[in-house]
Design a protein around this ligand. Structure first.
Ligand code: ZN
Length: 123
């Protein structure tokens, strides 16, 4: 798959950093800042440290893609997407989606804003 800026990825092996007391571990999660042909520039947050890491493209696994709008599949850009029924989760809700082209699926999240309370007519 093709990685994009702001994708969330998981590391598949330990990575040393420029600070010898900090090692980025296997299964740590990072956010992609830039993508080149073979090297991915990641930002990994460990405790209060934000670490910039240069990793091999084969040493990461895709976890999640955050996008502003999903009129098309975030993986293959197809418009052939089916949406499921809205599922409320507290003050947010999501629509499950599935791409009929590549089989990717996910959730499209919305925030819910309270407007007003209205009473039914009293009989
Ligand atoms: Zn797709």
């Amino acid at each position: 798959m093709e990685y994009k800026k702001d994708d969330t990825v998981k590391l598949l092996r330990d990575y040393p950093t420029s600070n010898p007391s900090i090692v980025v571990k296997k299964n740590d999660i990072g956010r992609i800042k830039a993508v080149t042909e073979k090297v991915i520039f990641l930002e990994v947050v460990i405790g209060s440290n934000r670490i910039d890491l240069e990793v091999n493209i084969n040493d990461i696994k895709f976890v999640e893609r955050t996008i502003e709008e999903t009129e098309e599949c975030p993986i293959c850009n197809s418009n052939d997407i089916d949406y499921g029924v809205c599922v409320p989760k507290g003050e947010q809700l999501f629509y499950p989606w599935k791409c009929n082209e590549c089989g990717a699926s996910g959730k499209e999240w919305y925030s819910v804003e309270f407007i007003e309370t209205v009473c039914d007519e009293i009989k």
